[in-house]
Design a protein around this ligand. Structure first.
Ligand SMILES: [Fe+2]
Length: 386
């Protein structure tokens, strides 16, 4: 089987990776950067170190601190305006998935005048953008190693999945010390996102021998260390493991794919504004149950990696144990049910089922699932997750 595998050119992983920023900016041969982040991170003072490094190397730093959670096309337009005004030659994204995704598209938009909706889907970006250095502060989305960005189209109320090699950061600095102050709830949400990346990359129809080892390592690390990181936020071993899991999960799914969980999760984010990890978490157990028959041996292996199936020998019973284990993990991490987190009545929720099923299928992700669902089955899955 012929496979391709894309990663950032340079990855620094481990404590102190953040201190490589100025050196890596210099290696890009640029002297003026736009640092993209959000208001919360700006207020914590986390940027001070980065600015000091750049200052001592005479690198001009401009800051765009206005990235919103679940960034929109309007948010990207504001960042692009800022980028044009300061004429930065490279972008540095310091933050979670929203910040990294917004920075990726701001950097692309400067060289591509089309409306962002023209880039939705796979490999639709005509020209490369500015070089990007990604510095994740949460262990979750894996955006630091992916060629994907999710931006909401405010006109159509659609979370656009934009996937293109041109979105890969040139350099990523994965320093778990930046995630030590993440609160438990955010740790849980982004951690389940990481787990969903590992699971979906492994069961995907596009999985390969290049992505399998990364996906399995991601699953194993998350099963072992996410509850620990949730309960003991300052546990360095757990934070280090989760940063590695997120990075490996990103590499795995971006070279394999995500599947039905992510396909169904995006409409919940676009319409009901559920955080990405949370919308994955509420869907993961029921979508796993639906998909088991498409890849029973693979799901059995996942159940083993997560230590859910010690006494279950058949594929079927291991699959059941996996689904039960995922439910128990949600409970352990304080994840509410879909009904509890979507603050609308059941009838209002159901009025969106047709749109959500259509948008999920249009994203292309469900087509990589071990069992490819019909629109009707997707509607039923939303109902069963309720
Ligand atoms: Fe995700």
């Amino acid at each position: 089987m012929l496979v391709s595998f894309d990663t950032p050119s340079t990855l620094w992983v481990g404590a102190g990776a953040r201190f490589r920023l100025a050196e890596e900016v210099q290696r890009l041969g640029v002297g003026r950067i736009l640092l993209v982040t959000d208001q919360h991170l700006l207020s914590t003072g986390i940027l001070d170190d980065f600015q000091a490094q750049c200052q001592s190397e005479h690198i001009e730093v401009n800051i765009f601190p206005q990235v919103q959670p679940d960034p929109t096309d309007e948010n990207v337009a504001a960042g692009l305006k800022h980028l044009r005004e300061c004429a930065a030659e490279a972008l540095v994204a310091i933050g979670g998935g929203s910040v990294m995704d917004a920075a990726k598209i701001i950097g692309i938009a400067v060289n591509n005048p089309e409306s962002l909706s023209a880039f939705q889907g796979y490999h639709k970006i005509p020209k490369s953008g500015l070089p990007l250095i990604a510095v994740p502060t949460t262990a979750g989305t894996g955006s630091e190693t992916t060629k994907a960005a999710v931006i909401t189209d405010t006109t159509r109320q659609v979370k656009m999945m934009i996937f293109d090699r041109k979105l890969l950061p040139r350099v990523s600095l994965v320093d778990y010390e930046l995630s030590l102050s993440m609160p438990p709830q955010l740790t849980a949400h982004v951690g389940i996102d990481t787990l969903a990346h590992g699971i979906e990359a492994f069961v995907s129809r596009k999985a390969s021998r290049m992505t399998d080892p990364l996906a399995l390592s991601c699953i194993q690390l998350t099963a072992r260390y996410l509850p620990m990181a949730y309960q003991e936020p300052e546990n360095r071993e757990a934070r280090e493991a989760m940063a590695l899991a997120a990075c490996q999960g990103g590499m795995a799914f971006t070279n394999s794919s995500v599947c039905l969980v992510h396909g169904m999760s995006r409409p919940l984010g676009a319409i009901f504004h559920l955080p990405h990890g949370l919308s994955n978490a509420v869907l993961l157990p029921s979508v796993t149950r639906f998909s088991l028959r498409g890849a029973p041996a693979r799901y059995k292996q996942i159940a083993r990696e997560m230590d859910f199936s010690r006494d279950r020998t058949s594929d079927e019973s291991a699959g059941e144990a996996l689904q039960e284990g995922l439910k128990a993990l949600n409970a352990q991490l304080g994840i509410p049910t879909l009904r509890e987190c979507v603050r609308v009545s059941q009838s209002e929720f159901e009025s969106y089922l047709d749109k959500m099923a259509e948008d999920a299928l249009a994203s292309g992700s469900p087509q990589n699932n071990p069992v490819v669902p019909s629109a009707n089955e997707i509607r039923d899955l939303y109902r069963s997750a309720w």
